[in-house]
Design a protein around this ligand. Sequence first.
Ligand code: BES
Ligand code: ZN
Ligand code: ZN
Length: 473
Amino acid sequence: MKIQLHNSKSVDPGSDIIYLIKNKKTDKKAGLSKEQTAYVQKALEGDCAHAELNLYTHFVYLADQKDEKDTSLSLEAARSEGNKAFSFFKSKKVHTLQIADAGADAAWVNAFLEGFLLSAYSFDRYLGKKDKDGKEKALKLQYNGSADLQSLKKLAEAVHFTRDLVNEPYNHLGVKELVKEAKAMCAGYNIKFEAFNKKKIESLKMGGILGVNQASIHEPAFLIMEYKPAKAKNKKPLVLVGKGVVYDTGGASLKPSSGMETMKCDMAGAAAVIGTLRAVAAAGLPVHVIGITPLTDNAISANSMVPGDVITMYSGKTVEVLNTDAEGRLILADALHYAKKFNPELVIDLATLTGAAVRAIGDIAIAAMEVNAGKYKTQLEDAGSRTFERLVWFPMWKEYGDMIKSDIADIKNLGGPEAGQITAAKFLEHFTDYPWIHLDIAGPAFLGRNSGYRGKGATGNGVRLLFDFIKSL
Ligand code: BES
Ligand code: ZN
Ligand code: ZN
């Protein structure tokens, strides 16, 4: 649903309105009667943090700030309240709505509005017209308060853009279409855009990307997007790398068919990088950021790599490919090696890389690993708490690296049956020589269940995290 913002100096108590209150204190400006106030007080008892009054001509909705034991949980509760309020007025088919600060703290209000705006998403372009009706009508939002709603809206739009890219089926968004989307985004936000085609990738001898792409009838691509504001605070760039497998069949090590339909999400890392660049540029953050995304499908054909093949990577290292379904690390390795040429301050990669990450921590957090990231480790972790895109750190001990030693090549692309998210990261480490953070987003990037303001299917995971991190630098 499109949202049109209108700032208002005053509230109209006679039409649909949400008041953002704190500790059940109903503001005078809500103009509630004694009975109404008593009803609201009762409704807000216990765990419930919102109350609705049906005044026949309109609804008065109160969302109540209830502080949790830590701020991260309080902010998440606020986002969740924003989602509930959005759903309520959507179900009432309200198309003009007011929101007014009425005692809640600024940070809580901000998070409430974020949750509200993030909820205004549906992936409905392939639904019949009947199902779409009503969703296409914009919501006019009048806000009376001190939060920067315009900035929040830009961030939510970048998340929605990312979700669209990931939700789009493979037969509608392959490499060619993704390149087109990224290029158009960059043109709109003054981001330098460069795309290597197959010929260029061949001339650079990017053996990881070419190996994975070998079975495909579609050419791979390699995107470099640079956002360099004149007032950039960092001397050396922050480089973001995103896994862009537009569809992962597993290749010759074919995936089982159950669950394969979700593998259109295997470019969620690339989409998060593209979406983050959009958010950062839209906000004009003073940080030099470069995004790199290797793009290909992992197809199945007579031309596939087969288990046992040895390929030579862009860095010159040789890899024994023992499972063609461990393709993400092969294309990322070439991108991570390429990132060296920018002399980066820090490289962060995002990838739907392993089922092991999902088995370890489920879909509620990112499996994170780092090498020499120094202070950026805690800074990113803090951004994770603030945005509730939380990180769980895994160790990068040498023993895990021993698990990917090969008898016939420098390394192999498959570890043992355990700690797969770590052995995958140890593989990638071979292609880095800078401060580096690896984010395995296989769990939170794409959900099989509805999850409040995050929605179902693609979540855009990583965009708010990185935006907050970059803002905090
Ligand atoms: N794209 C998958 C990982 C994945 C799993 C993403 C679940 C999203 C949800 C990746 O390419 C893959 O297939 N990894 C294998 C690696 C294994 C063969 C070493 C896996 O995790 O099973
Ligand atoms: Zn795979
Ligand atoms: Zn994959």
